[in-house]
Design a protein around this ligand. Structure first.
Ligand SMILES: [Zn+2]
Length: 404
């Protein structure tokens, strides 16, 4: 897909801002060339971005036509967005400035079996602490992106699942958190958010897939710079793809789901069935911490821990081949808190699997790589999603043309 075709579907201000962020300093002419937008559209967009203080002029550069080109640059501290990744077992938060720099980050406990009101109060306190740490006033915060599991109704800001407790089903997550914080809140599928985070801060990765593993397993796909949404943004559920029609029953209704066979919970359960291993690794019944202990033991050569993880990585590798076969992407990025230590092992297994079996490997190579922000990718994506939505709204209000 060409840059022009992509640009025609992306709101103008976000597109322009993305290019300025990538190039650091850029002229209007270069922006028009890079986005495929007309000079008039660029002029209109830049005037608006300068008016709100997001962009400023930083001098001139010589041009072949004789007239010097005025150069533009972002004002990174003009506004900030917050991203929170939350699932049953893991949670992280980041504050990101307009230039995409992470100005504060921290990990916290997952939702566990908590009730939504209590967990959201905890999340709100955490966001306030993060902002205080970064010395960012609430008035400069465009909003919070809550990257969490599905199925979810993004428009209503609710989960369509009774996990981890019955009261989470259709609980007004975004409304409650927004009231507590006094800023807009959106929800996003965590694996899709991880892909959005890679796309937003990772440079030119216009078509790729993300394999995500934190408390569970998911995937996100970006095609031509846009996240693949399906009908309701509940697609690419890699964790609930069956690889064994006669395998163990899953809570989703399917059998032999990837997550049930290879996810962190399954890995920890397996470790507990091997005599002496739980004691040797000091497993304590906390899924994420126990998974991390198994990963550390595997990387330092414990043969039992290594064998369990290699089995999980082989299953995830097979699932990655299916993902690549469905979307014909040339790049797969591995992200999520569960890959903090075990990432290289999973990456190598997935790379071996796609080298061996991806259907299009004779047409093009498929590269599997570990995210630069392996534990924070989904939280970063939540923050980037807020920025994009805010610019979609701004573009709509300003009446700027959305394409050429
Ligand atoms: Zn399932």
């Amino acid at each position: 897909m060409s840059r022009t075709e992509t640009a025609a579907r992306v709101p103008t201000l976000a597109t322009v801002l993305d290019v300025i962020r990538e190039r650091v300093t850029v002229s209007r002419v270069e922006l028009a060339e890079a986005t495929g937008l007309t000079a008039a559209t660029i002029t209109h967009a830049i005037r608006e971005l300068i008016d709100v203080g997001f962009v400023h002029e930083v001098g001139t550069a010589a041009s072949s036509g004789g007239t010097p080109r005025r150069l533009l640059e972002l004002e990174p501290t003009a506004c900030y967005t917050v991203g929170i990744q939350l699932d049953r077992f893991t949670a992280t938060g980041v504050v990101v400035d307009l230039a995409g720099h992470i100005v504060a980050r921290s990990s916290m406990a997952g939702a566990q079996e908590g009730e939504p009101a209590e967990v959201l109060r905890f999340v709100a306190d955490h966001v306030n602490d993060l902002l205080a740490t970064a010395a960012v006033p609430k008035s400069k915060v465009l909003g919070v992106g809550l990257a969490t599991y599905g199925p979810q109704d993004r428009t209503a800001g609710v989960l369509l699942t009774a996990q981890p407790t019955a009261s989470w089903l259709e609980y007004p997550l975004t409304e409650t958190l927004s009231e507590a914080l006094g800023v807009p809140v959106l929800i996003e599928n965590d694996a899709t958010a991880a892909a959005i985070g890679e796309e937003g801060l990772g440079g030119a990765r216009s078509s790729f897939a993300t394999v995500y593993m934190a408390g569970g397993i998911g995937a996100g796909v970006v095609l031509g710079g846009q996240p693949y949404r399906g009908a309701t943004s509940n697609g690419v559920e890699l964790g609930h793809i069956s690889i064994d029609a006669f395998g163990p029953a899953c809570s989703c209704g399917n059998r032999g789901c990837v997550e049930n066979i290879a996810g962190p919970t399954a890995v920890v359960l397996k470790a507990n069935t091997i005599p002496g291993l739980a004691d040797r690794l000091r497993l304590r019944g906390d899924t994420v911490a126990d998974f991390e202990r198994i990963a550390r033991a595997a990387t330092s050569g414990d043969p039992d821990a290594l064998s369990i993880l290699e089995e999980s990585a082989a299953v995830l590798g097979t699932a990655t081949v299916s993902l690549v076969n469905l979307f014909d992407v040339a790049r797969v990025v591995i992200a999520g808190a569960a890959f903090a230590t075990a990432g290289p092992l999973y990456r190598d297994a997935a790379q071996a699997a796609v080298d061996r079996a991806a259907f299009m490997r004779f047409a093009h190579p498929v590269v599997v790589e570990l995210s630069d922000h392996v534990s924070d990718a989904a939280a970063i994506g939540g923050a980037v999603a807020v920025l994009r939505r805010s610019f979609e709204a701004r573009t709509a209000r300003s009446g700027a043309p959305a394409g050429r």
